[in-house]
Write a new protein. Sequence first.
Length: 278
Amino acid sequence: MRTLNSLFRSGAQKRLLVGLLLVLGVVFFLSAMRYFQSGDVGVKPTIGLMTTLPLQWSEGGIEADLSQDAQPHPAYARLQQQYDVRPVDNFDVLDGQPMDMLILAQPRALSPAELVKLDGWVRAGGRLLVFADPALQWGSLYPIGDKRRPLFTTMLSPLFSHWGMELVLPMTGQEAITLLDVNGLTLRTQTAGEWVERAGEGKGSCRILERRILADCKIGNGRALLVADADLLDTVYWEGQGVRMVTGTDEFPNLQWVEKLVFAIRNNKDVSGDFVGQ
């Protein structure tokens, strides 16, 4: 009889232990869910932005913007809704903090050491989106030569050459605003360039797409999307192109294409939406 009672007690203890473990498991699961929902999982992907264009700040700089309560450029504001966009002055930040991707929009001239570092970062798995204009028409308050003025022509030619690409400016049809049918969208810009392969050169594998305004390059373990234009970011070329959506917001083809490019390279997809093979 004692043995039977001992067995019952032993069975009850086992059931009690199993029950406690189940309760602890549920508590741990709910705690983990609350932790992830608290914001850590919702952290925005980080995008570094280097540019001479007035995207984050106006040409007057942060002081002028604060005094005038100015708003950031619409493209910058739209990206900020989905990403943590951080200004990049030099590439030392690539060592200290992870970047999901990097955008160069008509950036300043880079030193040879900076070009080497950028190339190495992409080859190690970095993802890069470049807007490089051969003849920028972006209006400015400052005269040509002033450091506060956006660069008239891109200074990234050595990097493009290293990747087997050359940016050229077609000699015809550049006087007026150009309409480009790209990826189902009609872009509005001016003096857009074209990509040309440099035969027998380069340490990259690039595909030229979308009427030669876009190059999709596999660089080592990384990827770079190269756009042969930066004027398409200028809201001057968006005028008359907005489409009022059901949400009450204006959608512009130029902005939509920029978002497609960011999404494509951020998620390792083709510009058409298909996944890009590793």
